[in-house]
Design a protein around this ligand. Structure first.
Ligand code: NAD
Ligand code: APR
Length: 229
């Protein structure tokens, strides 16, 4: 019987086969850039041009990438009532695959944010520090990305969805970073079934079910199994 409410959390592994490096693999993003240099508010204050160049590079990589079969399968699933898609990724590939109402808890690389007034607008391919805000005119543009030390976005919507979950799935995330890493525990507390889809199990015993393999293969099969029953 198909669960009534399904909450899906995705991480960098969902986009790995689209050519976007994950964070903590051998060739991961955090092997080439120190988090403290490019992904914290202090880094932006200390050297805004370095941080802006880092995100310009990630914006170009995301724009050049194509959604893979896993993104398309989750886009199909998102059109079912009772499905909430949460992503830690900032690449917007789920949206480009046609997924509806994706919750971007770490923001979007294709978005710009005015640090002065909070206005958001689509980011140009390269985001200069002095780009005037379309709303208030201040030259305080930053990537609309959640940095370490900042609160993730939309936690109220995420907590409301988890409270009602019958099934929670974590796809392509190492479960290293909170609060996302704790979502499975919240789901278990409300009695949801839990499943992990990943190249390999990240936390044996933490999920009721673990499906291993590349997302582009196992995610479409999993979605088909949900919509068939
Ligand atoms: P956190 O647990 O993610 O990080 C705590 C501190 O530890 C951070 O200040 C960071 O410097 C460090 N840290 C965390 N994980 C690390 C890792 N795997 N390797 C090395 N250092 C690590 O909690 P937080 O600081 O409250 O982060 C807030 C949110 O910002 C988190 O959800 C995080 O995932 C998010 N974030 C997003 C991006 C992005 O590029 N989208 C980058 C960094 C953080
Ligand atoms: N198919 C399925 N899973 C995969 C694939 C693939 N093709 N390739 C990699 N994975 C899995 C890895 O096994 C790993 O568990 O994806 C996970 C990637 O983990 P991380 O690199 O840690 O990425 P993520 O979990 O998304 O990081 C969480 O940390 O730095 C912050 O904000 C940043 O959103 C990021 C957060």
């Amino acid at each position: 019987m198909t669960p009534r409410t399904i909450v899906v959390l995705t991480g960098a592994g969902l986009s790995a086969e689209s050519g976007i490096p994950t964070f903590r693999a051998a060739d991961g993003l955090w092997e080439r850039h120190r988090i403290e240099d490019v992904a914290t508010p202090e880094a932006f204050h200390r050297d805004p041009d370095l941080v802006l160049r880092f995100y310009d590079m990630r914006r170009a990589a995301a724009a050049a990438a194509q959604p893979n079969a896993a993104h398309h399968a989750l886009a199909r699933l998102s059109r079912r009532p009772g499905v909430t898609l949460i992503t830690q990724n900032v690449d917007a590939l789920l949206d480009r695959a046609g997924a509806q109402d994706v919750i971007h808890m770490h923001g979007r690389i294709d978005g710009a944010l005015c640090a002065a007034c909070g206005h958001r607008w689509p980011a140009p391919p390269t985001l200069p520090r002095t780009l005037p805000c379309p709303a208030c005119g201040a030259g305080a543009a930053r990537p609309d990305i959640v940095w370490f030390g900042e609160m993730p976005y939309h936690m109220d919507r995420i907590e409301a969805a988890l409270d009602q979950a019958d099934l929670f799935a974590a796809i392509g995330t190492s479960g290293q970073v909170y609060p996302a890493a704790g979502f499975v525990d919240v789901a278990r507390m409300v009695g949801a079934a839990t499943v992990e889809l990943n190249l390999e199990p990240t936390a044996p015993g933490r999920f009721d079910e673990v499906l291993t393999g590349p997302a582009s293969r196992i995610v479409p099969a999993w979605v088909d199994s949900l919509t068939a029953s």
